[in-house]
Design a protein around this ligand. Structure first.
Ligand code: ADP
Ligand code: MG
Length: 504
C-alpha cells in the first residue's frame, strides 16, 4: 500500500487514541501501519489522561471513540479544541448515526468513521492532516503579511516625519550662527549656542531615522511577470478555499518589469487575499496582466461581496478596515508600492457586483533599469567627502550638519594636525574646507602639505579677520575659493558646489 503522503515526511509521527478498548485501539493501529504509517501511539480513556497526553505526547492527530465509560468523545473534542485548536480530530465509533456524525462535524471534528468498516481510516487521516497543514500555512502567511504591513506603515511614517523634521530644523542650524555673528552680546551668543545645539541634536535624530528607513528600502530589479505570478500562485495555495477558483492569465509570458520583486509580490498577495476574504461563499479570483498604454496592466478581480460607496472612498486610508481582525494597511501599502514605481492603482466595485483592482505599471525601460527613488529631499551633494577644518567646535558641528543635510560627507577636524590625520585615515577628500585661523598648522601649510602628499582637489578657505590668508603660499595649481565672514550657509553651499564642479 502507498505510504501516507501527507505525513511520510515526518520522522516520528504521533497518534493519540481516546478509546477505552485496547483491542479496538490496536485494530486501528494495525490499519494505519498497513497503510505505511510508522508512528508512536498512545491510548488514553479519561479527561486527565487526555490533558496530559496533549501536553506531553504532543500528538499530530487524535482518533477518538464516541462513548466510553465515564468519558465521552464530545468532551474529548471540547478539551482538544480548547487546548490545541488546530489539531486534527477524527471520531471513530462503532455506533455512529448520521445525525450524530453531522453534530460531530458541527462541533469541530474533522471527520468521523465507523470502526468496523474503517478501510476509510488511512485516507481520512491523510486528509485531516493535509487540511491542518494548509490551515497552519494560511495562518502563517496571514500573520507574516500583517507584520510586514505594520512595518511598512511604520517606515512610511518615519520617512515622512524625518523628512519634514529636517526641513523644519534647517533654520535652527543656520540662524544661530548668523545671530552670533551679528551681535556682540554674550548672552545672545549663549542663547544662540543652546538653540544651535538643540537644532544639531534634532537634526541628528531625523538623520538617523531617515537612514534607518532608507536602509529598509529595497532595490529595484528586473524580473519576468510570469515568475511573479507563479510565486503568488504558490503562496496563495494555502489560503485558497476549494470554493474559490483561481484564474491566472498572462498575455505575454515574456513581459518584464522593473520593480522590487518582494514588494510587488506583497502587493499582489494583499489584493488576492482581500479578494478571497470578500468571497466567503466562494467565487472566481482573476489575476491577469497584459501590455497597455506603454506599460503593463495587472488586474486582480473577484466575484465577491463588492464595496459600498463609503468603503470605496476610504479604501486607501491607513487603518480603514471593515473586518474584525483587519489591519486596514494592506491597500495603503499596495498604493505606496505602485506609486513609488510611477504606476497607478484604481478600483471598480459595487455591492454584490464583485471588485476589480487595476494596477498600471510603467514598462521596463533600458538595460540598466530605473533608479531607485529616494525620499523626496532635494540636496546638492552625492556623498562627496569634505574635509572640514574649523577651529571652534560648535561652529564646526553646525557647518558639518548643514553639509550633511545637503548630502555631503564631512570629515571633521579642529586643527591642521587633526586634519592631516583624518585625511590619512579616510584616504580621500573631494574638497578641503578650512578656516584661515586654525591652530597648530596655518591653513596655507595644511594645503601645501596635502598638495605635496598627492591631494589634487580644490580648497575653500573661510577667512578669519585675525588671520588673513596669504594666498601666495597656497599651491598655485590648487583651485582656491575664498569666503569672508559673516558667512551665510547658502554662500557656503554655493561655494562647495562650485568647487566640486570645477574639480576634474
Ligand atoms: P484589511 O484587509 O486589513 O481590512 P485592506 O487595506 O487590505 O485592509 O482593505 C481595506 C478594506 O477595503 C477592507 O476592510 C474591505 O472593506 C475593503 N476591500 C479591500 N479589498 C476588497 C475586495 N476585493 N472586495 C471587497 N472589499 C474589499
Ligand atoms: Mg487586506
Amino acid at each position: 500500500m502507498a505510504p501516507l503522503r501527507a505525513i511520510s515526511s515526518d520522522a516520528r509521527f504521533r497518534v493519540l487514541f481516546v478509546e477505552d478498548s485496547p483491542e479496538d485501539a490496536e485494530l486501528l493501529q494495525m490499519q494505519l501501519e498497513e497503510a505505511g504509517l510508522a508512528a508512536d501511539y498512545l491510548r488514553v480513556d479519561d479527561e486527565k489522561g487526555l490533558r496530559h497526553a496533549l501536553a506531553d505526547f504532543d500528538p499530530h492527530i487524535v482518533l477518538s471513540d464516541l462513548s466510553m465509560p465515564g468519558f465521552s468523545g464530545h468532551e474529548a473534542l471540547r478539551i482538544v479544541r480548547g487546548q490545541a485548536p488546530g489539531l486534527p480530530f477524527i471520531f471513530v465509533s462503532g455506533t455512529i448515526g448520521e445525525d450524530v456524525a453531522v453534530a460531530a462535524l458541527r462541533e469541530g471534528a474533522n471527520d468521523y468513521i465507523l470502526k468496523h468498516s474503517s478501510a476509510r481510516l488511512p485516507a481520512a487521516v491523510e486528509r485531516a492532516l493535509r487540511e491542518a497543514r494548509t490551515e497552519a500555512e494560511r495562518a502563517r502567511v496571514e500573520a507574516e503579511l500583517m507584520r510586514s504591513q505594520r512595518l511598512e506603515s511604520l517606515s512610511l511614517l518615519a520617512a515622512g516625519l524625518s523628512h519634514d523634521l529636517r526641513n523644519i530644523l534647517q533654520p535652527l542650524l543656520i540662524v544661530p550662527d548668523l545671530i552670533a555673528q551679528r551681535s556682540e552680546d554674550p548672552r545672545l551668543h549663549q542663547l544662540a549656542k543652546v538653540v544651535a545645539e538643540c537644532g544639531r541634536r534634532g537634526h541628528e535624530m531625523a538623520e538617523s531615522m531617515l537612514s534607518f528607513v532608507r536602509g529598509s528600502r529595497r532595490a529595484s530589479e528586473r524580473f519576468r511577470l510570469a515568475d511573479l505570478f507563479h510565486a503568488v500562485q504558490l503562496l496563495l495555495k494555502g489560503s485558497l478555499p476549494r470554493t474559490v477558483e483561481l484564474e491566472v492569465e498572462l498575455a505575454d509570458p515574456e513581459l518584464v518589469l522593473d520593480a522590487n520583486y518582494t514588494e510587488l509580490q506583497q502587493c499582489l498577495l494583499n489584493l488576492c487575499l482581500n479578494a478571497i476574504q470578500a468571497m466567503p461563499a466562494g467565487g472566481r479570483l482573476e489575476l491577469s496582466a497584459a501590455e497597455a498604454d506603454g506599460g503593463v496592466r495587472v488586474v486582480v478581480a473577484d466575484t465577491g461581496n463588492g464595496m459600498d460607496a463609503h468603503t470605496r472612498e476610504n479604501l486607501f486610508t491607513p487603518f480603514f478596515t471593515t473586518k474584525p481582525g483587519g489591519t486596514g494597511l494592506g491597500l495603503v501599502s499596495c498604493k505606496r508600492i505602485i506609486e513609488s514605481l510611477g504606476g497607478r492603482i484604481g478600483v471598480d466595485s459595487a455591492p454584490g457586483q464583485g471588485t476589480r483592482f487595476e494596477l498600471w505599471l510603467p514598462a521596463a525601460v533600458d538595460e540598466s533599469g530605473p533608479e531607485v527613488e529616494e525620499a523626496p529631499v532635494t540636496v546638492l551633494g552625492q556623498g562627496e567627502r569634505i574635509l572640514l577644518v574649523i577651529r571652534e567646535g560648535s561652529r564646526m558641528s553646525l557647518i558639518g550638519n548643514a553639509l550633511v543635510s545637503q548630502g555631503y560627507r564631512p570629515e571633521l577636524a579642529t586643527d591642521g594636525a587633526a586634519a592631516l590625520r583624518r585625511w590619512a585615515e579616510t584616504g580621500s577628500a573631494d574638497v578641503v574646507l578650512v578656516d584661515s585661523g586654525i591652530e597648530l598648522f596655518p591653513a596655507e601649510r595644511l594645503l601645501s602639505t596635502m598638495h605635496e602628499s598627492g591631494y589634487e582637489g580644490p580648497a575653500i578657505v573661510i577667512e578669519d579677520e585675525d588671520a588673513p590668508l596669504d594666498a601666495s603660499l597656497v599651491p598655485a595649481t590648487m583651485p582656491l575659493l575664498r569666503l569672508t565672514q559673516p558667512l551665510g550657509m547658502h554662500r557656503l553651499f554655493e561655494a562647495v558646489a562650485e568647487a566640486l564642479r570645477g574639480r576634474g
